[in-house]
Design a binder for this molecule. Structure first.
Ligand code: AHR
Length: 371
């Protein structure tokens, strides 16, 4: 809770840093950090200045007038993102970049291309550069303690967003901002219980998991089972990871359907698909069209994220339920960074509000999703 008491006031830190780092040294460090970031991202150097479609950038912007924001002009965030595996993720990155620019905060962005080792390298390079705050999305839960201890020793606060880490030392990060992924799994299951409340027949479920080892996959896996475990009608007959990728959703659908053109696993018909994200669901829908299977009718589909393409599919009756996962955390992250800069406390855990869209809703009133 009171992270500032345990670590540092950013402004004190800045004055210490000013002694340690001459302007010239900082340029050298920036060159180093960008080299690390670009190597990790596997991209060419031109991405350092042209970020619209690139994997690495810095940004800065507007001057601010009130006192809270007066400290933001010099704030630098090092942001380690997982990659660009889904429309959700792209929106999450854009939300961070836009919010930073609007707050006049510099953001050094690093795309880890789905590799934890790239994230660890990026975080180390942010420490070398002595950014003011490190923000990162942990691709998996375990394996962060060493690098976070290094950040702590360098007095750099860390904000974790979207996915959680597993650690025995909660002092290694200042705050976590993200969704309740267990609750998302529960919401998916509750929709099914409601939809089938008048049915006694057995309902066979195929589950598409996200990235194994990530807190988000664990949460969606656990929450779903928690609700359905005492309901003997529901049977999870198959569960496989599609790594949150449309291509892998497509691949699995093709593998299943190429057997006899039917949605069956070892001869057992699938009644329900529970997909941990929309990208994998869309991969399935791509293949269904080829085989003349009607998603939403021949098979019930529940998908997590609620991106625009899946809301459109819901409106067309191709899926039955979209559990929202909100990627737009950028403004809240910037608010917390500014609070840290002004020596004000930030909450250790902040949950993002989320909703559920179903086939029973009036979808005409939904605002464009933006992802
Ligand atoms: O961690 C959030 C998940 O990661 C989203 O559900 C998924 O689309 C993304 O890639």
């Amino acid at each position: 809770m009171k992270y500032m008491a345990r670590t540092q006031n950013i402004n004190n830190h800045k004055s210490r840093r000013a002694v340690r780092f001459s302007v010239a040294m900082r340029f050298v460090a920036l060159a180093l950090v960008m080299a690390f970031v670009l190597t990790a991202a596997g991209c060419s150097k031109k991405a350092a200045t042209a970020n619209a479609n690139g994997t690495s950038s810095t940004n800065s912007a507007a001057t601010n007038s009130n006192q809270e924001q007066s400290y933001t002009r010099n704030i630098i965030i090092g942001f380690s993102q997982i990659g660009a595996e889904s429309a959700w993720r792209t929106c999450n990155t854009l939300s961070m970049q836009t919010a930073a620019a609007e707050a006049g905060i510099q953001l050094i962005y690093s795309n880890a291309e789905q590799k934890q080792e790239n994230q660890i390298k990026a975080i180390r390079s942010f420490i070398v550069y002595q950014v003011d705050v490190i923000v990162f999305v942990p691709i998996v839960q375990d394996g962060w303690d060493n690098v976070l201890r290094e950040a702590k020793e360098a007095h750099i606060p860390v904000i974790i967003i979207d996915r959680k880490i597993r650690t025995s030392d909660e002092s290694l990060y200042a705050a976590y901002i993200g969704a309740d992924h267990v609750e998302e799994g529960r919401k998916a299951a509750r929709f099914l219980q409601e939809k089938y409340k008048d049915t006694n027949k057995t309902l066979n479920i195929l589950e598409l998991r996200g990235t194994d080892g990530s807190s988000v996959t664990d949460g969606r896996y656990q929450g779903f089972r928690e609700v359905l475990e005492n309901d003997s009608r529901f049977s999870i007959i198959y569960s496989e990871t599609g790594d949150f990728l449309r291509s892998m959703g497509k691949e699995l659908a093709e593998r299943i359907l190429s057997v006899n053109g039917k949605l069956q696993v070892n001869g057992t018909p699938v009644d329900i698909i529970y997909s941990h994200n929309d990208s994998m669901t869309l991969g399935f829908l791509d293949v269904f069209e080829e085989y003349g299977i009607q998603g939403g009718k021949d098979v019930t589909i529940v998908s997590v994220d609620a991106e625009q393409a899946i809301i459109d599919a819901l409106a067309e009756g191709k899926i039955n339920c979209a559990v929202e996962c909100n990627p737009k955390t950028g403004p809240l992250v910037m608010e917390f960074v500014q609070r840290l800069a002004n020596n004000r406390p930030i909450p250790k855990i902040t949950r993002i509000e989320e909703t559920v869209f179903t086939e029973n809703d009036d979808l005409s009133a939904i605002e464009p999703r933006g992802y």
